[in-house]
Design a protein around this ligand. Structure first.
Ligand SMILES: Cc1ncc(COP(=O)(O)O)c(C=O)c1O
Length: 447
């Protein structure tokens, strides 16, 4: 492990200052604007390098897609091969490649009988909700606080809303729709009902009050760390969906492929009506999938034009990300789950190591983990929902730790509770080096 303190960012600043002249804020996605301002120029395996030549062991993984590691050779070869044979985007009819990917997904994911491809998770969750509204003829939807399902109007709300804005816990009940963007039409306040994770009574409550088309949820809340479903919660959602006739949508953009090939739905043994994938599905290439029950998916080609749901996109199933997704899934299938075994072993080592360090420093903290994804909460228990987390987690300490480990060459995204992601490219040595630096950082910041 290099012991260089990663403090010099002169070249990063130069690039950022140049870009600020032409791009608002200098970044193309507002959630990438963080401190310290580092410009990365290279990623290989478990590592990323910045413009000043500093190397970091990466746990951000670009918000989680790099599950095999940056520029995984098997995926890169597949991408180069598809370009070499002059596969292009035709925008007319179908292609063999998209059929191959669809077959792989339908064969290996029991929640998917039929599938469509889009470019981003947001497009896919948008279409899932539109489809649910078309099928049920209802407009109301339920979303979960602390969940992120993309940037579009229905779901851009109640992510990390301070408790003094969202109000104290109510159960059963619903919370006000608090947009995380300006420009969202006010009707959404009436149609979108935020509730807390792990709260079945509130789902029941909202369904008694409004005709609900869909409930969309990440099966583990992975945009506020790792907030897991309590025993029976996801099964309870399935029962309520059947009772009230709403479409149950699992947003597996972050959990899918990362926790198992069948998504977290497979681990939980719950089949949602619709399921959405992105991120780890193509190891860093832009593609998303929306799949589920065939009778629902058929509405995209409904013979009655007034019922047909419009799904379109110039770049849908572009050959480059499609080839990357096929290669990623092939890689996940190799050697009887080698990838999942490796990352589970590393995840366990990370969790045990972190717990040992936190105990030795007598810090009140817990490590939440699912496979390769983990998060340290500075509170005395793993949170069960947004209210629990917001009331107890020490956000400032969390962010100080993240900034300090970055100085020591470990890239934890410098925003409180953001998931850390181990990849297949990480090694035991990387985990040991990370634990050493986290220990060092904790000693430095806890004084
Ligand atoms: C669970 C979840 N759903 C949807 C999205 C949106 O995906 P995209 O950023 O590809 O639009 C994200 C992105 O972080 C996500 O984590």
């Amino acid at each position: 492990m290099e012991t260089v303190i990663q403090a010099a960012h002169a070249k990063s600043s130069e690039i950022l200052n140049h870009n600020r002249k032409f791009i608002p804020g200098g970044v193309v996605s507002v959630n990438r604007a963080v401190q310290p301002e580092i410009v990365f120029v290279k990623g290989q395996g478990a590592y990323i390098w910045d413009a000043d030549g500093n190397r970091y062991i990466d746990y951000h993984a670009a918000f989680a897609p790099h599950f095999l590691g940056h520029n995984d050779p098997y995926v890169t070869d597949a991408v180069i091969a598809v370009l070499r044979r002059s596969a292009s985007l035709y925008g007319s009819g179908t292609t063999e490649l998209e059929g191959q990917l669809a077959e792989l997904i339908c064969r290996h994911i029991s929640a998917v009988e039929s599938v469509q491809f889009l470019n981003t998770g947001s497009e896919a969750t948008y279409q899932a909700i539109r489809l649910a509204r078309a099928v049920t003829g209802r407009d109301h939807i339920i979303v979960v606080q602390g969940g992120y399902n993309g940037w579009h109007d229905d779901v851009a709300c109640n992510l990390m809303t301070p408790l003094d804005v969202v109000g104290q816990r109510v159960s059963p009940g619903e919370y006000p729709f608090i947009p995380i963007s300006a420009g969202i039409p006010s009707e959404h306040r009436d149609l979108v009902h935020p509730i807390n994770f792990n709260d079945l009574e509130s789902v029941d409550y909202v369904c008694q009050k409004y005709p609900v088309a869909a409930l969309i949820t990440e099966p583990i809340l992975q945009n506020i760390g790792i907030v897991k479903p309590e025993a029976g919660y996801l099964q309870g959602l399935r029962r309520l969906a059947d009772r009230f006739g709403f479409i149950l949508i699992f947003d597996e953009v972050k959990t899918g492929f990362r926790h198992s090939l069948g998504g977290y739905a497979k681990i939980a043994g719950v089949i949602p009506d619709l399921i959405v994938f992105g991120k780890a599905m193509a190891n860093g290439y832009p593609i998303a999938a929306l799949g589920g029950k065939k009778e629902l998916m058929e509405w995209f080609v409904h013979p009655d034009p007034s019922k047909r749901v419009l799904l379109a996109g110039t770049y849908n199933a572009h050959p480059v990300p499609t080839a990357a997704a096929i290669a990623t899934i092939e890689r996940l299938l190799m050697n009887e789950g080698e990838v999942y075994r490796h990352i589970e072993a590393l995840g366990q080592e990370m969790q045990e190591g972190l717990e040992r360090i936190l105990r030795s420093l007598s810090l009140e903290a817990v490590v939440a983990r699912q496979g390769s994804a983990f998060c340290i909460y500075f509170m005395d228990h793993c949170p069960k929902d947004w209210h629990d987390l917001a009331a107890h987690h020490d956000v400032r300490f969390d962010e100080s730790l993240r900034r300090k480990v970055i100085e020591l060459g470990i890239y934890f995204f410098p925003l409180a509770t953001k998931q850390c992601s181990i990849s297949f490219a990480h090694t035991r040595e990387d985990i040991e080096a990370t634990l050493d630096q986290v220990s060092c950082a904790l000693k430095l910041i806890s004084g």
